[in-house]
Design a protein around this ligand. Sequence first.
Ligand SMILES: Nc1ncnc2c1ncn2[C@@H]1O[C@H](COP(=O)(O)OP(=O)(O)OP(=O)(O)O)[C@@H](O)[C@H]1O
Length: 294
Amino acid sequence: MNTHDHSCSTCSGHSHPNIPEPHFRPLPGTGTPVIELQGVSFAYDDREVLSSVDLKVSSGDFMAVIGPNGGGKTTLVKLILGLLAPKAGTVRVLGADPLSVRPAVGYVPQHALIQPSFPVTVHEVVLLGLRRKGDLFSTGRWPGYRARDKAKAMETLRMVDMAELATRRFDALSGGQKQRVLVARALVSDPALLLFDEPTSNIDPQGKVCLFDLLSALSSSITIVMVSHDLISASTRISSVAVVNRTLIQNQSRELTPSMLELIYGTHDASCPLDTYIREMSSIFGQAGPRGSI
Ligand SMILES: Nc1ncnc2c1ncn2[C@@H]1O[C@H](COP(=O)(O)OP(=O)(O)OP(=O)(O)O)[C@@H](O)[C@H]1O
């Protein structure tokens, strides 16, 4: 488990000593397919945004999905969640139809889906991740929270180092603190797969380091797929990378191949370790990378 010795307003800046061993669903054996897309195409109306996409994410992977704005990353995430159906091809998650395994997938969206003025506490936001059959969302009746659900939500807040703020209103948190709470909401149902869409939007640089430390610690227990523009923080932790720009190219290592670079920027004739690429881009464009993003 990584440690960090910096001070950070997002977490307490220690090495997450409170993180209990996560009780996630047992990882399928290493190498078992967790996500499989074969020949997937998708169009909004008649405009095709993904074309013949193949993707395989295996148990234990920590994959970054990168690509230019509008390249189809969020659409890909929605297909994996079963929120969109492919026009062609197949999407399998944990060997099944995505909607049927939805409870086994923790999702942290690009934008917090919680209205800023909604008077909900940190603890209650995490409890929202434990929606069950028969609850308010399916019956219209409010059954109240069960004691064991409340305890589970507190345990998950401890994992992300946010238990001390459990009673604070969610809208009174910083961007990085909100993100950690949303991670807890995604983790509280013990998912086998964690999907992040732009996990570091609205977080300051130190908060990003803390968040990636947390993800790095979690990645030994759970398969993680992260759509991100912010590869500087992620680069040392991820195990594989995929580039999406209408089509998709994946690499089981952290190297961006010439064809991946070409898919992002146009012609490239040499492969590039991801760390080198980011270092060079950072020196030219500053820490945010080219145009503020990959
Ligand atoms: N609901 C929608 N209806 C029509 N077109 C859409 C819809 N959602 C996305 N698009 C279009 O589909 C393309 C891919 O969008 P998507 O959000 O998947 O890209 P992205 O790679 O996640 O972009 P970004 O990095 O800017 O978040 C874009 O051209 C976008 O304008």
